[in-house]
Design a protein around this ligand. Structure first.
Ligand code: 13P
Length: 251
């Protein structure tokens, strides 16, 4: 079993003051034997993450990256800039970016590629809407989204993290059951295996209303390698309880 990876996605939340308090609690309460831990913040706070988390064993990352190389793209943040702040991860293709910013599968794939070329691990989000699920299109949708990334990043496929985030479970309090999550994760694992001989290295995270009450059952699934946590990551107690829910893995 792979050691679990728990990632907080703060989304557009935080302030210098609130972040400092939260990070202090995470530093004090984090048990690295249990799981790997990371937080992804808005770009203006990356310097703060770098200064407050360096040496803590907790990694940090961004929530988006430009699909372009540095140049005339006002308002964008390049992968090289994220590297300047020692980001280990960047989330790409979150459903909120696909939905509100019209990001296509190809744009998401280009972002994943830009991250990898700067030495940053992309956390590639895939997930179906409720309508897709009702229509029996879950597998088709998540495979299409992941396949665009695999096609673009090629031999680097084993270096990506995938996050399965059913859109209907994000911020709704409605979670996929452990069986529903495992079924989709198994599909994604098979797709990764077909693309790379090293798919055992790929972590596939579950995201969507994960909380201390449902984390243990989700994280016990064989292909659920961790969690991408939204609202519960803003509360140190809840976030650390999710880490504590990770099964022990013999090192
Ligand atoms: P919630 O945990 O708030 O449902 O958000 C999940 C998510 O979108 C993480 O990226």
């Amino acid at each position: 079993m792979r050691k679990k990876l728990i990632v907080g996605n703060w989304k557009m939340n935080g302030s210098l003051q609130a972040n400092a308090a939260l990070l202090e609690q995470l530093r004090n309460g984090y048990d690295p034997a249990r799981a790997e831990l990371a937080v992804c913040a808005s770009a203006p706070y990356l310097a703060q993450l770098q200064s407050l988390l360096a040496g803590s064993g907790i990694d940090w990352g961004a929530q988006d990256v430009s699909a372009h190389e540095p140049g005339a793209y006002t308002g964008e943040v390049s992968a090289e800039m994220l590297r300047d702040f020692a980001c280990r991860y960047v989330i790409v293709g979150h459903s909120e970016r696909r939905q509100y910013h019209g990001e296509s599968d190809d744009v998401v794939a280009a972002k994943a590629q830009r991250a990898l070329s700067a030495g940053i691990t992309p956390i590639v989000c895939v997930g179906e809407t409720w309508r897709d699920r009702e229509a029996g299109r879950t597998e088709f949708v998540v495979k299409r989204q992941l396949s665009a990334v695999i096609h673009t990043v090629g031999h680097c496929t084993s270096e990506i993290v995938v996050a399965y985030e059913p859109v209907w479970a994000i911020g709704t309090g409605q979670t996929a059951t452990p069986e529903q999550a495992q079924a989709v994760h198994a599909v994604l694992r098979a797709q990764l295996r077909a693309a790379t001989a090293h798919a055992d290295r790929n972590r596939i995270l579950y995201g969507g209303s994960m909380n201390p009450a449902n984390a243990a059952a989700l994280l016990a699934q064989p292909d659920v390698d961790g969690g991408l946590i939204g609202s519960a990551s803003l509360d140190a107690g809840q976030f650390l309880s999710i880490v504590a829910a990770c099964p022990w893995v013999a090192q």
